[in-house]
Design a protein around this ligand. Structure first.
Ligand code: 3SL
Length: 241
């Protein structure tokens, strides 16, 4: 297995398709997706475009769907949900499909949707993703951070590092054997430094600060936990996990 970390979807190679691609958006899209599926959501369907989301979800029974839209951290007017995983209780999501569009995370999932296997990872479901990689041993794996509008984000890199670190540990192999690019080594170093204070890192990160200005302190707490959800969001058809 060779792991590659890309800090943003734009940095992924254009003409290659990996065996497995993992989208990461700790704050907050992939944390929300994992939460919805763990809470009994029927599926999550992702869109980069709000108009398209509305058009496709219209074909779904109103009682069987939920629409979530986020732009700039805030909820899109007219949608039932924004992008807070804390709103995704099992009472609300059980048996329903979530149609979601966010600024960066859903774009990442769309960018990698042609990979042979597509997963969504956050800190909260890291162990499930690692278990999948160790069991299936895909040859090439991309871990793709969502960043913020094309720029680097600390929280996605630390999660990429948490995944890579744990894969090395579970497989008992040194990082040099598994790292396909330098970013893997950098991500593991970041995780090793912040491992015991991930909440501190999220508070320090620029998007964490943006969310704090929007009073989302509880979201940061929730998203900073590791391995608390046993759920593997995996794509069944393009854009649907
Ligand atoms: O950028 C995204 O996809 C979102 O996760 C951003 S937010 O955390 O909902 O503001």
């Amino acid at each position: 297995m060779k792991l590659f970390v890309y800090h943003t979807p734009e940095l992924t190679p254009n003409l290659e398709v990996p065996d497995c691609a993992i989208a990461v958006d700790v704050l907050r899209a992939t944390s929300t997706i994992a939460t919805v599926l763990a809470a009994g959501g029927e599926a999550v369907q992702v869109f980069s475009d709000l108009e398209k989301l509305i058009q496709v979800s219209e074909q779904w029974h109103p009682e069987k769907r939920l629409r979530a839209g986020e732009r700039g951290g805030g909820k899109v007017p007219g949608f039932e949900l924004g992008n807070s995983p804390l709103d995704c209780t099992s009472e609300l999501v059980d048996g329903r499909r979530l149609f979601i569009s966010t600024t960066n995370g859903t774009r990442t999932l769309q960018r990698i949707q042609d990979a042979k296997a597509v997963l969504a990872a956050a800190l909260i479901n890291r162990a499930s993703v690692v278990r999948y990689l160790v069991d299936k041993q895909p040859e090439t794996v991309w871990i793709v951070g969502s960043g913020w509008e094309g720029t680097y984000s600390l929280e996605d890199t630390v999660c990429a590092g948490a995944i890579a670190y744990s894969v090395c540990k579970e497989m008992n192999i040194p990082v040099e054997k598994i790292a396909g690019n330098d970013e893997v080594v950098g991500a593991i170093a970041l995780y090793s430094y912040w491992e015991d204070n991930l909440l501190g890192l999220l508070h320090h990160a620029s998007h964490g600060q943006r969310l704090l200005r929007l009073n989302c302190v509880e979201d940061l707490k929730y998203c900073s936990q590791t391995d608390v959800l046993d759920v593997l969001p995996i794509q069944h058809e393009p854009g649907v996990l």
